[in-house]
Design a protein around this ligand. Structure first.
Ligand code: ABU
Length: 374
């Protein structure tokens, strides 16, 4: 009998992730900012009056969405908002912060899944789509049909970060078929027997990244019009035991993104929205709670994409400096009084797209380490 000597198998060792210095690294909202993604509004399309728009917008908004839904945003709106985004990019660069931009994809193109057809929305709000937890970039599954393919605007960047050593997770997308939405949801009756109601069901995983807020090892998240319990559980299981994910609920009757509700500014300092935050979780009992003044003045929110509290949607450069919209004078004064250094910039023409500086950015890298602040 011939006994053949087994050939030696060549084993290619997988690269050791720890041997890289990942370009993606951020643990909280206040460590010194080194790299950021800034959204773009070119190509933005008004959403149609579909199941989720009906569920999340007030009923008197119907005529607006029926008229403009599926059409590009008016050119002057795009131009003014683009000018403000360009100003933000210039500011970051002057502070030595690296800026990356998403690709614009054709959001006017109707796309189809086996269950529905829809046009896209925009790549204006990286905060909604991407969150960095440690050295991992997480792409949210989203919950609006118009946003189903939005993650692709960031895929080129994500591939680059991945090749440079970042971890990258894309959450499973819900089908967004009719059964995913709760047709009984009535936006005029957001509570039933004292319990907050949501237009998405618990049938499939869903979340937007902007419903999470990072405090080192502790991450707070709310259920919202776009984030459900399964979505929260998916993040909890995937980021691992180094982190503690706390589900919180505040008094915003129509929650969609937590970044105008609580705003951590530094270790031990949190800014809160007085309309929706009447009690903070006990974990904050030794923290300074800074109660935000009301927004300076109402803006033209004809799109109903956001609340009136975009004043709080600001971005920290570090524990002292924070970028704020320049007309938010009461907030700017309050921040100075509390010992911060606000950097005012014009950003009001970006508001109608549904966010301010926090929404328009995702912090990719902040200089710091994983800490426990509680
Ligand atoms: N996307 C941030 C807006 C949250 C709010 O409507 O207040």
């Amino acid at each position: 009998m011939n006994v053949r000597t087994p050939r030696k198998t060549k084993v290619t060792k997988a690269p050791d992730i720890d041997s890289y210095l990942s370009p993606v690294r951020s643990y909280n909202e206040w460590d010194p900012l080194e790299e950021v993604i800034v959204g773009v509004v070119e190509g933005a399309v008004v959403p149609p009056w579909d199941l989720i728009t009906q569920a999340t917008m007030p009923s008197h908004a119907a005529s607006f969405f029926k008229k403009y839904g599926g059409k590009p945003f008016p050119k002057p709106m795009i131009e003014k908002a683009t000018e403000e985004l360009d100003g933000l990019v210039k500011l970051f660069k002057s502070l030595g912060i690296t800026v990356k931009r998403p690709e614009t994809i054709n959001f006017e193109e109707e796309c189809a899944t086996p269950w529905w057809k829809s046009r896209g929305l925009y790549a204006a709000m990286p905060r909604d789509v991407l969150i960095v937890i440690g050295d991992t970039l997480i792409e949210a599954p989203m919950a609006w049909r118009t946003r189903y393919f939005e993650g692709y605007a960031y895929r080129k960047l994500a591939h680059t970060y991945f090749k440079q050593g970042a971890r990258w997770l894309a959450a499973p997308k819900p089908s967004m078929a009719n059964g995913f939405y709760d047709e009984r949801y009535d936006s005029d009756r957001p509570y039933k027997r004292g319990k907050k109601q949501f237009p998405i069901t618990e049938e499939e995983i869903a979340f937007d990244a902007a419903d999470f807020v990072r405090f080192g090892r502790d991450i707070l998240v709310q259920k919202s019009h776009v984030t459900n319990g399964l979505g929260i559980e998916w993040v909890r299981r995937h980021i691992g035991s180094e982190y503690r994910v706390h589900e919180v609920e505040f008094d915003d009757p129509h929650p969609m993104h937590i970044d105008t509700t609580i705003v951590p500014l530094a270790p031990g300092k949190i800014l809160v929205n007085p309309e929706w935050v009447h009690k903070l979780p006990d974990m904050f009992k030794s923290w300074d709670v800074l109660v935000a003044p009301p927004p300076a003045k109402p803006f033209d929110s004809a799109l109903y994409f956001s609340s009136d509290w975009l004043s709080l949607n600001m971005l920290s450069i570090d524990e002292k400096r924070v970028i704020v919209e320049k007309e938010e004078a009461p907030l700017i004064e309050a921040l100075k009084k509390w010992g911060f250094e606000p950097i005012p910039i014009p950003f009001r023409n970006f508001y109608p797209f549904g966010g301010s500086v926090h929404c328009a950015t995702t912090d990719v890298r902040r200089r710091g380490t994983l800490e426990s602040y509680f």
